[in-house]
Design a protein around this ligand. Structure first.
Ligand code: APR
Length: 238
C-alpha cells in the first residue's frame, strides 16, 4: 500500500497560496485571528471573511488541478496496489484531478458544519454569522468544516492504520511544521515503509526521509510517479 501525504505546495502551481512561504497566507493574516476556535469566538466575521475569500478564489475558475494532482490520480488508477492520499489541503484539487481515495485531515473549504445540530453540508457560497443553518435553522451556528489550530484532525484512526500498513510513504509539498502530519514519516518508517520527500526544498522533516527529490511539484511528482509505475510493473515494488 502506498500512502501519500500532501500539503499546500502541491497546489501552489495551481495558483493557491501556501501558508509559510515568503508570499504565504500567514504573512498576510494572523492565524490566531482566523483559524483558531478562540479567534472565531472573538470575531467570527473576520474568520468568515478569510474563509470566504479562499472559497471564492478556489471556485473562481482560474484554479485548476495541475500536473502533480493529475499524476497522483494516474497513480491511483495504474499502481498495482492500494493508494491513499492523506491531504492537509482544504481545496478540492485532488478530487477534481481524478483522485478518489482522499482523506482531508484538515477538513474542506467546500463544506460547513452546524455547531448546534452537527450537520455537515456542502457549501459554495459566502458564509456570514447571520446565515441560518439549512438543516436546523439556527443562526450564528455555522462554521467552515475545517480543522483549526488546537482542534483534532479528522480521520486519525484511518490514517494511523494506513501508516502502519504502507510499504511506501511519500510526502509532497509540505513544510513539516504542523503536527501530527509532521510525524507521519517517522510513524511509517517504524512500520518498515520506504519514505520519500518531494518538495520545492528540504522541509523541516527532511532528515527523517530515506529518499528525496527537490523541485516544483509539477515536475518532480509526475517524474516520480512515472518511475514508480515503471518499476512496479516489472515487479520491483508491490
Ligand atoms: N512545489 C512543491 N513544493 C512547494 C512548491 C511547489 N511549487 N511551492 C512551495 N512548496 C513547498 C514549500 O517549500 C513548503 O515546504 O510547500 C511547502 C508549504 O508549506 P506550508 O506553507 O507550511 O504548508 P503546509 O505544510 O501544507 O501547512 C500545513 O499548516 O496552517 C496550516 O492548516 C494549514 O494544512 C496547513 C498546515
Amino acid at each position: 500500500m502506498l500512502a501519500i501525504l500532501t500539503g499546500a505546495g502541491i497546489s501552489k502551481e495551481s495558483g493557491l497560496d501556501t501558508f509559510r512561504d515568503a508570499d504565504g497566507l500567514w504573512q498576510k493574516v494572523r492565524m490566531e485571528d482566523v483559524v483558531t476556535p478562540e479567534g472565531f469566538e472573538r470575531d467570527p466575521e473576520q474568520s468568515h471573511n478569510f474563509h470566504n475569500a479562499l472559497r471564492r478564489t478556489l471556485l473562481s475558475g482560474s484554479i485548476q488541478p495541475n500536473a502533480a494532482h493529475l499524476a497522483l490520480a494516474r497513480l491511483e488508477k495504474e499502481y498495482p496496489g492500494e493508494t491513499l492520499v492523506i491531504t492537509q489541503n482544504i481545496d478540492d484539487l485532488h478530487e477534481r484531478g481524478g483522485s478518489r481515495n482522499v482523506l482531508h485531515m484538515h477538513g474542506e473549504l467546500l463544506r460547513i458544519r452546524c455547531r448546534k445540530c452537527a450537520a455537515v453540508m456542502p457549501w459554495t457560497e459566502d458564509l456570514f454569522t447571520s446565515t441560518p443553518c439549512p438543516k436546523c435553522g439556527a443562526a450564528g451556528s455555522l462554521r467552515p468544516n475545517i480543522v483549526w489550530f488546537g482542534e483534532v484532525p479528522f480521520f486519525m484512526s484511518e490514517i494511523e492504520a494506513a501508516l502502519r500498513r504502507c510499504s511506501i510513504f511519500v510526502s509532497i509539498g509540505t513544510s513539516g511544521n504542523v503536527y501530527p502530519a509532521a510525524q507521519f514519516c517517522v510513524m511509517a518508517r517504524h512500520s518498515g515503509a520506504r519514505t520519500v520527500e518531494l518538495n520545492l526544498e528540504p522541509s523541516n522533516q527532511a532528515r527523517v526521509f530515506q529518499e528525496s527529490d527537490y523541485g516544483p511539484a509539477t515536475k518532480v511528482v509526475p517524474a516520480w510517479v512515472e518511475n514508480l509505475l515503471k518499476i512496479s510493473c516489472i515487479g520491483v515494488v508491490n
